[in-house]
Write a protein that binds this ligand. Structure first.
Ligand code: ADQ
Length: 467
């Protein structure tokens, strides 16, 4: 069997079960490599100073092995980190692909650095590759990597999976480099998106803008290349989450939280503190619920856990201030001497603790304005107690809404509707909660993390010599 090489921007050299907190990609990749083993290559998270602020003195990858997984880690010079990660990846591609043109910066030097760092990744990875390795590259930081590897003479099969949405052509074409990045995407053998909607957007772009052709079976011809393009919705390790939710740590932490609630119903929101997650709108919806339903006051507590994220990016600092202001406003207006409606927590928790909190709560409120998939929603479902499951309220703009038909689906911009739906969730009968939960469990079991990996890799391995 060919060796699997996974490349992602950040590499987290820890085992999946030890992960105290990790982003969605890390959770998915760890589960995928745990079984088959292979090489995981990427940025160490370390920033180094170089003598002249350029390539001088940047060492090759550090390679070591832990269990079945070999790690290859590179460090980035400070100037490159700024333009590549904090700049082009997180202030150009991230907001643009999430439909936030208003927050998108188009800085040409950032784009140049983005390409340079992708070239650096290719140079450092090339010596570690074997001819029959299958290379699976992840996410928007590394779109040009296949181009750079091929330029360096690498003929391996290469697949790319985009964890975030692919935007409509009208949005995507506002990127000055849309053609170059489309050409980079076409240099892969397999291109995977989260949902059928993303596939449609990409294919529309290919047909409208670069004169390519896409058929219904997933075959795309464009810019002289043949590639396979399909939806591979990411999932979770369902049994892992279920076990974590009843672990001693989860029980202990949930008991602590539970005793502080004094029998009130718990609504929970958990995300990275990111403007795509719709946290401000969610708080407004909660305020609307309290405003419109005096009887619910003192009956519910909303715990919003927002892990700090990308704190050096100004838009994230602004969001943090906005959320702090709004939380203070809501609590100032509705708190009583013995009840505080909202607990806003700006830190991360261990995954076990989070799963314990999920299991305790009556409603999981997951309302991103735009989200590739959203693993929190699936974790919420998997963590529930079958005898008394909670209700998932999900945004129609999260990729996972397309499979979770047992959830209550909302438009996150419509705070009135979200408030009404919250009320319905809080009052839902046990029968209905169980029926909805079972349907959602079926869906997340059918499409778990292993299915995601197997489907993608099966396709990638079939593509020998194509392109
Ligand atoms: P993210 O935007 O990071 O992922 P998500 O899919 O929800 O979003 O994954 C977040 C992960 O981090 C979950 O496993 C969650 O449990 C954990 N997490 C979140 N908040 C936390 C906190 N406060 N403390 C500890 N852990 C926390 C990107 C895309 C998504 C896509 C994933 C995977 O934006 O759309 O689903 O990649 O492809």
């Amino acid at each position: 069997m060919a060796r699997l090489v996974v490349v992602s921007n950040r590499v987290t050299p820890i085992s999946g079960r030890q992960a105290a907190s990790a982003g969605g990609l890390a959770v998915g990749v760890l589960a995928a490599l745990r079984d088959s083993g292979g090489l995981w290559f990427g940025w160490s998270g370390e920033i180094i100073e170089t003598a002249r602020g350029d390539d001088a003195g940047v060492p090759p990858a550090r390679v070591f092995r832990t269990g079945k997984v070999t790690y290859g880690l590179i460090d980035l010079p400070e100037a490159e980190y700024e333009g590549f990660y904090a700049g082009f990846a997180n202030r150009t591609l991230w907001p643009l692909f999430h439909y936030r043109l208003d927050l998108t910066s188009f800085e040409h030097p950032w784009y140049a650095t983005y390409r340079k760092v992708n070239q650096r990744f290719a140079e450092a990875l090339r010596p570690l590759l074997k001819p029959d390795d299958v290379i699976w590259i992840h996410d928007y930081h590394l779109i040009p990597l296949a181009t750079e590897l091929r330029r360096a003479g690498c003929e391996n099969r290469m697949g790319f999976f985009l964890h975030i949405p692919f935007p409509a052509p009208e949005i995507y074409t506002s990127l000055p480099w849309h053609r170059q990045l489309a050409a980079d995407l076409c240099n892969y053998d397999v291109l995977g998106f989260q949902t059928a909607t993303d596939v449609r957007q990409f294919n529309n772009y290919v047909e409208l803008e670069i004169n390519g052709r896409a058929d219904r079976k997933g075959s795309v011809q464009a810019l002289g290349r043949n590639l396979h393009v399909d939806a591979y919705p990411i999932g979770i390790d369902v049994d892992d989450v279920t076990e974590m939710a009843v672990s001693p740590e989860a029980r202990r932490q949930a008991a602590r939280l539970g005793s502080s609630l004094a029998n009130r119903q718990l609504i929970i929101g958990v995300d990275r503190l990111d403007y795509t997650k719709g946290i401000v709108e969610r708080l407004r919806a909660f305020e609307m619920l309290l405003k419109a339903n005096a009887v619910l006051r003192r009956q519910v507590t909303f715990v919003q856990i927002s892990a700090p994220s990308r704190e050096l990016v100004p838009e994230y600092l602004e969001l943090r201030q906005q959320v702090e202001l709004l939380s203070g406003h809501i609590n100032g207006l509705y708190s009583e001497a013995d009840w505080v409606p909202l607990r806003y927590i700006n830190r991360s928790f261990t995954r076990r603790t989070l799963m314990g909190f999920f299991r305790l709560s009556r409603v999981g409120l997951v309302t991103p304005l735009r989200d590739g998939m959203n693993l929190v929603a699936m974790e919420y479902v998997a963590a529930q107690n079958a005898d008394d499951p909670g209700v998932l309220v999900i945004s129609r703009f999260a990729g996972c809404a397309q499979q979770l038909d047992g959830a209550l689906v909302v438009n996150p911009y419509d705070v009135h509707h979200v408030a009404d739906t919250l009320q319905a969730g809080l009052g839902m009968t046990l029968d209905e909660r169980q029926d909805r939960w079972q349907r959602m469990m079926q869906a997340i079991r059918k499409n778990d993390i292993i299915t995601w990996r197997d489907r993608f890799l099966a396709r990638l391995e079939n593509r020998v010599g194509v392109g």
